[in-house]
Ligand binder design. Sequence first.
Ligand code: PLP
Length: 402
Amino acid sequence: MKQSDKAHKAGFATRAIHSGYDASTEKGSLTPPIYMTSTFAFDSVEQGAERFAGEAEGPIYSRLGNPTQDILETRLADLEEGEAALATASGMGAISATFWTLLSAGDHIVADKTLYGCTFALLEHGLTKFGVTVSYVDCCDVKAVEAALTAQTRLVYFESPVNPTLRVMDIAAISERVHAYNADIKVIVDNTYCTPALQRPLTLGADLVVHSATKYLGGHGDLIAGAVIGDAETLQRIRLEGIKDMTGAVISPMTAFLIQRGLKTLEIRMQRHSESALKIAQWLAEQPEIEHVYYPGLEESPFYELAKKQMALSGGMIAFELKGGLEMGKRFMSNLEMIKRAVSLGDAETLCQHPASMTHSTYTPEERIAHGISEGLVRLSIGLESVSDIQDDVRQALTAAR
Ligand SMILES: *Cc1c(COP(=O)(O)O)cnc(C)c1O
């Protein structure tokens, strides 16, 4: 029996490996070929005209789509349980193309008070130049989100868990209240930290999901890419307006191929990242040099119950505060040996970064305080190495920093 004949839906790991690809259409090639081409020859003038008019299926030019990209998009839509997906040149390409498509001068956005640094810069310094206004609220407080909505609000935007402090938002409750206020407002969730292996915002009522595929989806620290997933009509608009015309943030076929390769191991990687991070977060909380550990999988976390409800596992990201603040944080980071001092996250390698001077340096010091990012906060992206080796490196760096 063929997979497609089965009445039940295949499991997540199976779809992450097979969805969107039929080897019989590619000479039996087990791995999808990479279509390294900028343009596509038409059989006839008529065929070209039909494709341009949207009356016939088929590729035209790789800024509008490419067969290697198509497989990735089908797979991402399947995994996030959306109708359609769009793969882009970067996470910021996905986010900016979505905003440019859906917003006009005079529109209003409600966003969480803590956002990925460049998303914050795009909202605060980019879109405001074009007459879009933004209200920042604590999206953990659903009533505060509701109170910020106006007749001009078009989008509600947040990450969950949020980078870098790992606050968790109730996606179902926010979506329900926002849509009760105005069903046309789009709730957009940046699902980079979880990936669909751990959390599927569209099934909880959100309208669109955005990703930095640079992180866990690619998973190997060797590419920059992004994605948007949601309903087919909106995705077609973002493809034709936000990507084709307004940003040109097109993914390369080679990058689309590498993400497909990453997706094959997404589920087992997310399990291992999460299991290791939980062990390390529990262990960190017992270390005398540490003031506070932020990790939604810790029972003492205020987000423990909510995370358990909407996430399959608690993910691979940990943030912590060292006793002695900035100075101690700098000494700790300088003494790391195996763990790399680097921004980005979701790689096989454990990475450590300092949000105040790195990813969130686009915020002013006052903004950072208001957004809960202290000077001594250190962020760890737990990799796939042996847990004992990650612990040993953290331990020796803590000892050396004292
Ligand atoms: C990295 C990141 C982005 C931006 O993605 P790029 O691929 O670097 O453009 C957006 N949101 C989150 C949560 C991220 O971690």
